[in-house]
Design a protein around this ligand. Structure first.
Ligand code: ADP
Ligand code: MG
Length: 243
């Protein structure tokens, strides 16, 4: 196995049991994503994109096949061990932001550090630093309901970054945003990638996929076309280069 694969999947299968029936969603997925890549996963609704992303993020388990995360074989594991892997490797970004409504922006960003034995003072200080990088420091004390969709997604990205993950998994991160805001969120995800973090984005929007280096297509439970993106436009922004 080549060593710079951060994510390597071989012959991965996943079915859901619904009553007496099994819905075979992933039918032998092969995937090789190198550390530092920025890729998109496309496919029609119901094609298994979220299922695949949840397995990559160890939120769900596969039935058969191999999954290596940073060259470590991921098998069925208890929730404590899965949580430890997720904390060390993965940051999630969701379409619906998944912010805690009764916690302010700073507290939401700080949350992943709660499990890391870091004092509250230090957690909040780090959260403010990440909010600042997102241009949201002055919103630290606001609740999610007081923020726009784009602001909420930037807070979710700050929360995903605060535990210094190797991989960001984003499931339709722009699905709830207008096109201008979507492009701003993609700017940020490109900057995150330029920090050296591997970024995997599920999307069904072509113009979003075209801002990644490679488009992976999921069709009928397998990976179809897997093409290098000729239209890829890297950004060169200053936000993350200061610290
Ligand atoms: P996508 O993200 O590409 O829209 P999903 O991975 O969410 O697709 O779902 C793939 C298929 O699996 C769909 O038919 C969906 O209804 C089904 N499915 C997803 N999650 C479950 C589950 N927990 N139990 C049963 N069926 C599920
Ligand atoms: Mg989905």
């Amino acid at each position: 196995m080549s060593n710079n694969s951060i994510i390597k999947v071989e012959g991965l299968h996943k079915s859901y049991k619904t009553g007496n029936n099994a819905l075979h969603v992933l039918k032998g997925i092969d995937l090789d994503i190198k550390a530092g890549e920025m890729v998109s996963i496309m496919g029609s609704s119901g094609s298994g994109k979220s299922t695949l992303l949840n397995i990559l993020g160890i939120l769900d388990s596969h039935d058969s096949g191999n999954y290596y995360l940073d060259n470590i074989r991921i098998e069925k594991m208890n929730e404590t061990k899965a949580a430890r892997f997720r904390n060390n490797y993965i940051g999630f970004v969701f379409q619906s932001f998944n912010l805690i409504s009764f916690k302010n922006a700073m507290e939401n960003v700080a949350l992943p550090l709660y499990y890391k034995n870091i004092s509250r003072k230090k957690r909040n200080q780090m959260a403010l630093e990440y909010l600042d990088r997102m241009g949201l420091k002055e919103w630290a004390n606001h609740l999610p309901a007081e923020l726009s969709g784009g602001q909420k997604q930037r807070i979710a990205i700050a929360r995903a970054l605060i535990s210094k993950p190797k991989v960001i998994l984003a499931d339709e991160p722009t699905g709830a945003l207008d096109s201008q805001t979507s492009f701003e969120v993609m700017d940020i995800l490109q900057e995150v990638n330029q920090m050296g973090i591997t970024v995997i984005i599920v999307t069904h929007e072509n113009d979003i996929a075209h801002r990644t280096q490679r488009i992976i297509r999921l069709r009928d439970g397998i990976i179809g076309e897997n093409k290098i993106n000729g239209n890829f436009q890297p950004v060169n922004n200053e936000i993350f280069t200061s610290s």
